[in-house]
Ligand binder design. Sequence first.
Ligand code: KG4
Ligand code: ZN
Length: 341
Amino acid sequence: MDILGIETSCDETAAAVVENGTNILSNVVASSAEIHAETGGIIPENAARQQIKSIVPVIASALEKAKIKSEKIDAIAVTSGPGLIGSLLVGIETAKTLSLLWNKPIIPVNHLSAHIYANWLSDEKMPEFPALALVVSGGHTDIVLMKSHGKLEWIGGTRDDAAGEAFDKTARLLGLPYPGGPAISIEAEKYITKNPKMKLSFFPRPIINERNYDWSFSGLKTAVLNEVKGKKLDKEEKQKIAAEVQEAIIDVLIKKTLRAVQEYKPKSLLLAGGVAANTRLKEKFKTVIVEHTPNIDFFIPPPKLCTDNAAYIASFAYFNHSPILWQKINANPQLTITGQI
Ligand code: KG4
Ligand code: ZN
């Protein structure tokens, strides 16, 4: 079964063709990040305008790269939420048009739970259930227990800012470019390479010792603001703060996730979302998991599949297909990982 995935929830315009939910035939992503770098963050209308410009060429390119004709496509999967309303509508309206034109079913996809399916695309080995999934994206941080495809139980998440948001906002405070996550990680790496033995414990680890699976990242942003306010930081000082912030975010993510692994004893632990592209996070996760729970199968997608793309949208649709009439599909900007609106 070949599914065309379409993803336009934020500032990436993406289309992919995936065979049987696991084999990527093509995966095309056009990002408008450079435009948002100029404004220091996303202005929703600018993002939507770029979506309109890119959507048709991106889909055409995905079909061409997959060497597949529209007749051979079995279904069209499209992100229906969460995301920016203007951006979401570009993908949805395009998917509806193609569905009518090609006479193919349309499958609405929850962007957040779909992120997890990057783990079904990247390895020979498939995750086994029950699985615990930590989804760390730009706007969301959630941990869910997956008993099977489509059976997700939310066990915790952020009470305020998402982990990606914490990276983006502190990067802005440090005068680093958008998107902040990769920028912080590059600066942090420079500090860590120069000071490999230095203990990174300057910033608070909010609610790390609470016996729940919640996070809170907004205090971290305030702590960084207090640290940089009124100061003219040199290159080295910025690198040190970047390393400290990154470590604080990673430490709380790992501690709570490890506790969840110990309580729920899943067969697999899956990371997903843009922040999972962070090298330090991956390395520390691996070390901690191997040390404390060596029997669990641990999955992290390659960076290109962690950040927004349409391959995981198509994969999700394959494993959870619930085609609907094109008349019934709506954009749901506030959708949660378990499907509440
Ligand atoms: O999942 P994603 O691509 O888009 C959303 O669905 O939001 O996540 C984007 C987030 C941004 O906050 C970005 O700064 C962060 O992922 N990110 C990273 C890295 N690459 C992307 N954060 C830390 N380190 C990275 N290498
Ligand atoms: Zn995303």
